[in-house]
Design a protein around this ligand. Structure first.
Ligand code: NAP
Length: 257
């Protein structure tokens, strides 16, 4: 993990509350860390307490090293990063997370819908990537709407949603699912398409509110994402090759799908 910072550093108030789903590694880790290093309170919503706590420790180590190199980060000794438990593959766990946050009575200024699995051989994929985020947004949006100016929902999607991907109502309802016909690559792309469609439709409904809706493709990022397709030689080759070419390899991956 790691990487260069390519965005302006702004001072954020500790009162600003940001949730990052899947903030214990990869893109979510860096996102949570940098937002915290600018001053906000960040809640990393993760399924493993152990991994989350180790991540918070590592974030503070990274913070100390970063502070030795630069002067524009917060003066505090430690980052305001907290852990909340959520398993995005379980609606029961997602509801428990939502209720715990509601009961805390806290405001919510930004929600980064990042947790995701790629190409896993199981039907839980749309649940983790899309449906659970849908539920969290539906329940926490009213809180965001009362949390003051400039609140943001950021959905971490993928350019994969644009390639050989369609919206199929029966499929999204699980009616066509069988273990034999399950296409993990297609399901991943679809889950990302649903995220994008959700953001467009949400934006139409709340565009004049204090909450902006954003959807992004992160580019080609070296993370733990490959855990899901280590058995797929072709994709692993492209991923490793991508270490040298970054964005370019992203385009190459796309043309193979
Ligand atoms: N890397 C890329 O090049 C790339 C490209 C396009 C889009 N994206 C998107 O970027 C997002 C982040 O991916 P990444 O590359 O950072 O992958 P990653 O390193 O594998 O991180 C994924 C994060 O999601 C969490 N997660 C997975 N299943 C979960 C569950 N059931 N409940 C709670 N958390 C869960 C993981 O937690 P655990 O550590 O507990 O597994 C981890 O924190 C994903 O939505 C992905 O689709 C990535």
């Amino acid at each position: 993990m790691g990487g260069k910072q390519s965005f302006p550093i702004v001072k954020l108030d500790r009162e600003k509350i940001v949730i990052v789903t899947g903030g214990n590694t990869g893109i979510g880790y860096e996102t949570a860390k940098w937002i915290a290093m600018m001053g906000a309170t960040v809640i990393i919503a993760c399924r493993s307490e152990e991994r989350a706590k180790a991540a918070i420790e590592k974030m503070n180590e990274d913070f100390k090293k970063e502070k030795e190199k630069r002067k524009d980060l917060i003066e505090d000794e430690t980052l305001a990063v907290e852990f909340m438990k959520v398993d995005m593959a379980s609606l029961k766990s997602v509801m428990a997370f939502i209720n715990e946050f509601k009961e805390s009575g806290r405001k919510l200024h930004s929600l980064v819908c990042n947790a995701g699995i790629g190409w896993v051989p199981q039907y839980k994929l749309p649940l983790t990537n899309y449906l659970s985020h849908f539920l969290i947004i539906a329940h926490l949006l009213p809180i965001m709407m009362k949390s003051g100016e400039d609140c943001r929902i950021v959905s971490v999607s993928s350019s994969g949603h644009t390639y050989s991907c369609d919206f199929d109502l029966e499929n999204i309802q699980g009616k066509k699912y069988t273990p034999e016909t399950f296409d993990r690559f297609l399901y991943y792309r679809r889950s990302k398409l649903y995220q994008v469609m959700h953001m467009f439709s949400l934006n139409r409904r709340i565009k004049n509110s204090n909450v902006t809706v954003n959807s992004l493709h992160p580019g080609f990022v070296q993370s733990e994402f490959t855990r899901a397709f280590e058995d797929q030689g072709r994709y692993m080759f492209l991923w490793k090759f991508g270490k040298s070419f970054g964005k370019l390899i992203d385009m190459s991956c796309v043309s193979l799908r």
